[in-house]
Design a protein around this ligand. Structure first.
Ligand code: FAD
Length: 471
């Protein structure tokens, strides 16, 4: 076979697209569960995903119960997956996925096209896991006016340049955003010898841990300029300055800088999901999945940051383990493996919930929790409604750049009923009841328990809520 030509067709029990923490953790679990042919492909030169170029520590706490740097974490998963017997092909991009229906009652097969420097393959698989992650919205997609000079990048690009290519970026720098990843950008810029002037956010305050904010202020003397927008990028060839606008007053000022890093504002890498015909979730913009992480296409699954843009790597890896169990069960039981059930709909101030559907078999969501994001910074009491019934309430701290969890025991008890009784299969709505108090003054656990909290209060009636959604 000549380089770049057509290569022999392949078969796999499970094809995993993406060798980041999600895909590798899924591959390890699939092998542990006795699934034979597990093929993992990634377009990058090496397996490991984003952590490969994130040299600071902060990885592995929930899944591996230890604290590691990104590259060590990536190497660990790649080595364990290979040792478990998964085949890993790098520099291989999946360009399409299609579903071939089988005889009536059978789930059919999935077929994917793989492209690598050696040529093109077709892979037939019993199941496919999409674990393609997410990326930050670049400056071009944020519609920031001004020039197009060199020196403007996302955190992902910054980390590849600094940690993989060893670039130095001495000179003043500004970071746009003040969520977890923005503080990671601060560490990377400090490592690259840049002088970070500030983190700039349009929000009223930062969205990360207080400890990160404190460390930035004490260790690097870097302030957070809140309620401030980047209104113009200035520089002929190289970036020379940025114009900032204070949102409350409209006053603008120029700040000289040579590096501008846009952080957060994530978009799932959902192209393959779209090409395969899977339904997309309007909130996350990733494929719509139920609690077992099944998409609407039979035997096509999705997990990790593709379905919750973006969580930490350990949360993504635990999602990978979770979906591996669903896939193994579907392969063993011959189940169709497509989602079918009750969608969970959200209204402002909730931006999205993941997973966004409960199927009739009532599989618990990954880690027994639903992940929610807000459109705004606030503490709110959320009511869960179906038709005219209140199923429960939960208190959550909401932020656009940081998730909270709503606990579920195999799905909230009432939602189980809602999903399992066909005549009851109507969308479940999550809507704000009222703001609890100004964010920052309250001390609520992020992990609100939907079940108990809801039941104890439900008897008191649903008074005082501004009902944002109706069925
Ligand atoms: C700057 C930064 C700092 C971070 N810091 C931390 C931290 O300190 N601690 C922490 O826990 N988490 C951190 N994270 C988050 C963590 O990196 C992610 O949660 C994790 O990488 C998500 O794993 P994933 O497998 O879902 O996606 P990814 O790691 O993004 O992996 C997806 C993989 O899919 C591949 N792919 C995509 N499309 C295709 C295709 N069509 N064909 C083949 N391959 C494809 C990509 O090449 C990639 O390797 C950070 C993230 C960033 C960006």
């Amino acid at each position: 076979m000549t380089a770049g030509g057509r290569l022999p067709d392949l078969t796999a029990d499970v094809l995993v697209v993406g060798a980041g923490p999600t895909g590798l953790a899924a591959a390890v679990e699939l092998r542990r569960l006795g699934i034979e042919g597990v093929l993992v492909v990634d377009r990058e030169r090496e397996a490991g995903g984003v952590p490969r170029h994130c040299a600071h520590t902060g990885y592995g706490v929930r899944d591996l119960r230890r604290l590691m740097t990104g590259p060590a974490y990536a190497r660990h998963y790649a080595a364990v997956a290979a040792a478990a017997g998964a085949e890993i092909k790098c520099r291989t991009t999946v360009t399409s996925i299609g579903h071939r229906p089988g005889p009536a009652g059978s789930p059919g097969t999935l077929q994917a096209t793989l492209t690598s420097p050696a040529g093109m393959h077709t892979v037939r698989a019993e199941a496919v896991l999409l674990a393609t992650g997410c990326r930050e919205r670049p400056r071009s997609a944020r519609l920031v006016p001004g020039d197009r000079p060199v020196g403007v990048m996302t955190t992902g690009e910054l980390q590849q340049r600094v940690y993989l290519a060893g670039e130095q970026l001495a000179g003043p720098a500004l970071i746009v955003g003040a969520e977890h990843v923005s503080f990671s950008a601060l560490l990377t810029l400090a490592h690259a010898r840049a002088e970070v002037i500030a983190l700039v956010t349009e929000r009223a305050r930062h969205e990360s841990f207080g400890a990160f904010r404190l460390a930035a202020a004490v260790r690097w003397r870097t302030p957070v300029w809140a309620s401030t927008a980047v209104s113009r990028v200035i520089g002929r060839d190289r970036l020379s300055a940025v114009e900032l606008r204070e949102l409350p007053t409209g006053v603008t000022r120029r700040v000289a800088c040579e590096t501008l890093v846009f952080t957060g504002n994530w978009i799932p890498d959902h192209e393959l999901a779209r090409l395969s015909g899977a339904s997309l979730d309007r909130g996350t913009r990733g494929p719509a999945v139920d609690t077992a992480l099944r998409t609407s296409v039979p035997r096509l699954f999705a997990a990790g940051n593709l379905v919750h843009p973006a969580e930490t790597a350990d949360v993504a890896a635990l999602g990978g383990r979770h979906v591996a169990r669903t896939i193994a069960a579907a392969l063993r039981g011959g189940a169709p493996g497509a989602s079918s059930g009750v969608p969970l709909l959200v209204a402002e101030p909730l931006a999205w919930i993941s997973p966004g559907m409960i199927s009739a078999d009532l599989v618990a969501p990954p880690r027994g929790r639903f992940v929610v994001r807000g459109t705004d910074l606030r503490l709110a009491e959320i009511e869960i409604r179906q038709a005219n019934r209140s199923l429960g309430r939960a208190r959550v701290r909401l932020a656009p750049g940081r998730s909270s969890n709503i606990g579920a025991r195999a799905g909230p008890a009432d939602c189980q009923v809602a999903a399992s009784q066909p005549h009851e299969r109507r969308a479940v709505n999550l809507c704000r009841v009222h703001d609890v108090e100004a964010l920052g003054t309250g001390r609520l656990r992020d992990d609100s328990r939907l079940g108990e909290a809801g039941r104890s209060r439900r008897s008191a009636g649903a008074s005082g809520h501004d009902q944002l959604c109706h069925l």
